[in-house]
Design a protein around this ligand. Structure first.
Ligand code: NAP
Length: 448
């Protein structure tokens, strides 16, 4: 017993030493390793073959210069990344993030999480992540286009529909995917639809991909509540962020009869007691690319709090859908004190480890991002299927598939947590299911 704990401790210390300063990566690794003791005891072959050590080391990491020129003729240099973490279950798959905070540690934490999430989705895809420390905010369409073209001019040689299939993430939406795909097509002389997902449905994209992560996080919450004999209808919810994931989480919640009273962006929080008007948010964010503060000009009965903490607003269910570590222990305490019964993570690692501990100790339904936001990548895999067969599925058919996938993920996490003696602990369930799927494939392939 002690041996297993010691092995896990040593693995973690080695990861910290080998990847200095990459705090988000350390955090993601620790959270997984902490839950794997029972698996190693059942499967000593994983330890013998050093499966965890191998999973913690990305298969490949590419870092490159991205030079581009702004509208005034000034030259800028950004840093681009693509980390192929694990391809045991299929081609590398994971989004691209364009945000000034991006550095190797963020890309590695995301790629590591993605490996387990993709395994958990049941789809034949490996794990990866990429991006750049470029800020699309405040840039013209032409500047974003030039940046994307320069980024793809290096990236194209590392990706392909059978090798590595990027998609969007923070700062990379339909516009950026369009420019990236255009440049890939131009320099490779191939109309290779399956090389990127999150494409517009007019040229090879899947219906429901845009909605999938937000809808999926709500479907996951629905399953967690159902397991306790509860439902989403009539519940008061808050959703952080106002980007792709947040908007479609709000949409699905409203369709299911919940009231969503708050959302945010990095400039502050909107509180609208009678319920958010989604059409206004879509117009501001998807069309005009404005700040969320402009919402109150159209809805004077709503409030904007520039320094507000969204988690101070009382709710039944919280959906963190903005970014990593946005909900700390103090906010977790406030949510619990206000009677919150469930948290479903649309974002990746939005709750700090102390926050997660409090939710689990309190016994509320807590859905970690690996499970709760897997709907996005799962629908990307459906997009790859449609591209491979040159087919297009209807919105209704695709949404039913997404809902089935989220239901299966929930069942697998729920049952596995119970089997290993941690009932209702979706963190343990998600980590073990994802890890075992990757580990079994790695064992089958031998030492590669
Ligand atoms: P997005 O469309 O760019 O929206 C991100 C939202 O979060 C924006 O409202 C943004 O506000 C806010 N935000 C970002 N960084 C922030 C910070 N440091 N502090 C406060 N607010 C911040 O991105 P997204 O695709 O919705 O992604 C959101 C989260 O979901 C990320 O964790 C991402 O990794 C995860 N995720 C996304 C997908 C997907 O399919 N898109 C799938 C799985 C997981 P500003 O505009 O003011 O920056």
């Amino acid at each position: 017993m002690r041996d297993v704990e010691k092995t896990l401790e040593n693995i973690y210390s080695h990861v910290v030493k080998q990847n200095r300063g990459e705090h988000e990566f350390h955090q993601a690794v620790k959270e997984v390793i902490e839950t794997l003791g029972p698996v190693l005891r059942k499967h000593p072959e994983y330890a013998d073959q050093k499966i965890i050590e191998r999973i913690c080391e990305p298969e490949r990491q590419i870092i490159f210069r991205v030079p581009w020129m702004d509208d005034r003729g000034e030259v800028h240099i950004n840093r681009g990344f693509r980390v192929g973490f694990n391809s045991a279950l299929g081609p590398y798959k994971g989004g691209l993030r364009f945000h000034p905070s991006v550095y190797l540690g963020i890309i590695k934490f995301l790629g590591f999480e993605q490996t387990f999430k993709n395994a958990l989705s049941g789809m034949p895809i490996g794990g990866a992540k990429g991006g750049a420390d470029f800020d699309p905010k405040g840039k013209s369409d032409n500047e974003v286009m030039r940046f994307c073209q320069s980024y793809m001019t290096e990236l194209f040689r590392h990706i392909g529909e059978m090798t590595d299939v990027p998609a969007g993430d923070i700062g990379v939406g339909a516009r950026e995917i369009g420019y990236l795909f255009g440049q890939y097509k131009r320099i490779t002389n191939r109309y290779e639809s399956g090389v990127l997902t999150g494409k517009s449905p007019q040229w090879g994209g899947a219906l429901v991909r845009r909605e999938a992560t937000g809808y999926g996080a709500v479907f996951f919450a629905q399953e967690m509540l159902k397991a306790r004999g509860l439902s989403i209808e009539g519940k008061t919810c808050i959703v952080s962020g106002s980007g792709n994931v947040a908007i479609y989480a709000i949409e699905k919640l409203q369709q299911l009869g919940a009231k969503v009273v708050a959302c945010s962006d990095s400039s502050g929080v909107i509180f609208h007691k009678s319920g958010l008007d989604l059409a206004t948010i879509k117009q501001l964010k998807e069309v005009e690319r404005k700040r969320i503060s402009d919402y109150v000009e159209l809805h004077p009965d709503a409030q904007f709090h520039p320094d507000g903490v969204i988690w101070d607003i009382p709710c039944d269910i919280a959906f963190p859908c903005a970014t990593q570590n946005e909900l700390d222990a103090s906010s977790a305490k406030t949510l619990l004190a206000n009677g919150c019964i469930a948290v479903s993570e649309g974002a990746n690692m939005p709750v700090t480890p102390d926050g997660v501990r409090l939710f689990i100790e309190a016994g509320i339904s807590y859905g970690p991002g690996k499970a709760a936001n897997a709907g996005g990548v799962a629908t990307s895999a459906l997009e790859m299927q449609q591209n491979a067969s040159r087919d297009t599925w209807s919105f209704e058919h695709t949404e039913v598939r997404l809902q089935e996938i989220m239901r299966n993920i929930h069942t697998n996490c729920y049952e596995t947590a119970k089997e290993y003696g941690y009932p209702n602990n979706y963190v343990v369930g998600a980590n073990i299911v994802g890890f075992k799927r990757v580990a079994e494939a790695m064992l089958a392939f031998g030492l590669i």
